[in-house]
Each structure stands twice: as structure tokens, then as C-alpha cells.
Ligand binder design. Sequence first.
Ligand SMILES: [Fe+2]
Length: 132
Amino acid sequence: MKYELTKDLETGNPIVDKEHRELLQAVNNLMDACAKGQGRTAIEPALKFLIQYVDEHFRHEEQLQQRANYPELAKHRQIHEDYKRKLKEIAAQIPESGPTVADLSKVNTHVAVLISHIRVEDKKLGTFLKDK
Ligand SMILES: [Fe+2]
């Protein structure tokens, strides 16, 4: 299954939506790498890229919020912090021999958390930015 930014996930903010598309592409690339059933070294670049991209994207979102005086910035930032921490935890647990079924299920669950974050919090932000 490929993740994609369906219409219902668009926030209406072109920067945020573009980055969300790239983020889901990074997830797909990681999943493709995992599907090959190789060791950790083989998936490391895709994993690192995803972690970096999440960091960068969240930072951009927070900058947009700061500039627009978004009232929910503190709450939103906290969600981002928790998300990044958990992502790194999941990544760190993947053994040298490659991700187990349990690891893959953790990754998928964490992607689902991101998608619901986009659907709720980021769309709320999109609406706020539109009215600015
Ligand atoms: Fe966000």
C-alpha cells in the first residue's frame, strides 16, 4: 500500500501540502526498502532521510505558526516533539538483521498517527493561515 496525500488531507497551505506529499513519499521509500527484506544497512538511508525530513518539516510548520501568531503553537509543538521522539525510538529498535514484522507494524502505526495529525491539527492550522 502506498501512502498518498489525498484531497481530504490537504490543508490548503501550498508549502505545508507540498512537504506533506514529500513526507509520505519518504515513508513509501522506506517501506519499499523494508519490503526487500535486507538488513538494517540497506534501509538506513531511507530511515535517516525520513527522520531528517520530519524534523525539517515540523520546524517549517512551527515557523509558519510563529509568524502568524497561531494560538495553538505550544500545543502543536508538543505534539511534534512527542512524534519525533517516538519515531527515533522506533527507528533505534530496528535490529541489524533488518526490521521485524513487529517493527514494521510500529512504523505503520506511527505513520497512521501522522496522517491523523495532518487530518486534524494541520488542517486546523491551514484554515487559520487562510484567514490571515
Ligand atoms: Fe503539524
